[in-house]
Design a protein. Structure first.
Length: 139
């Protein structure tokens, strides 16, 4: 996965029932291959997913390397970690992630990026929507 030439999957994409996991596979693979480009790992986008799974980034990265970044294998590994949570907790997690908005620390960067990719869109108030627009996915 070369994120200097392509974009990762959408933050809205699901795997093992949770959002962002496919995107994290892509970013972690690029990190392991030295092709992360402008993207970050173990960042404010990833940390809630890692916490929900109950693993830290070094453990996550090592496991994905062992699984050769295969989406089906990662799903088989992650599903029992996700299933430790109730269906209601999983739904609440996904909803909270999709509603993730900039905080005081990230508002300036959010506004700058929004001005570039969606200057007239008043409906762009979440990171997931902005990332999809920035990466040329309909949002």
């Amino acid at each position: 996965m070369d994120l200097t030439k392509e974009v990762p999957r959408s933050p809205n994409d699901l795997l093992a029932g949770i959002v962002s996991l496919p995107r994290m596979i892509d970013k972690t693979q690029a990190d392991a291959e030295g092709t992360l480009g402008e993207y970050d790992v173990d960042c404010p986008h990833d940390k809630p997913v890692l916490a929900f799974l109950g693993v830290d980034y070094p453990t996550f990265k090592a496991k994905l390397k062992d699984l050769k970044f295969d989406t089906k294998a990662v799903e088989a590994w992650a599903k029992p970690l996700v299933d430790k949570h109730s269906p209601e907790a999983i739904a609440a997690f996904n909803q909270s992630r999709r509603a993730w908005a900039p905080d005081a620390h990230s508002q300036g960067y959010f506004d700058q990026l929004k001005a570039q990719v969606a200057p007239n869109r008043t409906d762009v108030t979440t990171w997931f929507k902005l990332l999809d627009l920035d990466e040329k996915r309909a949002a």
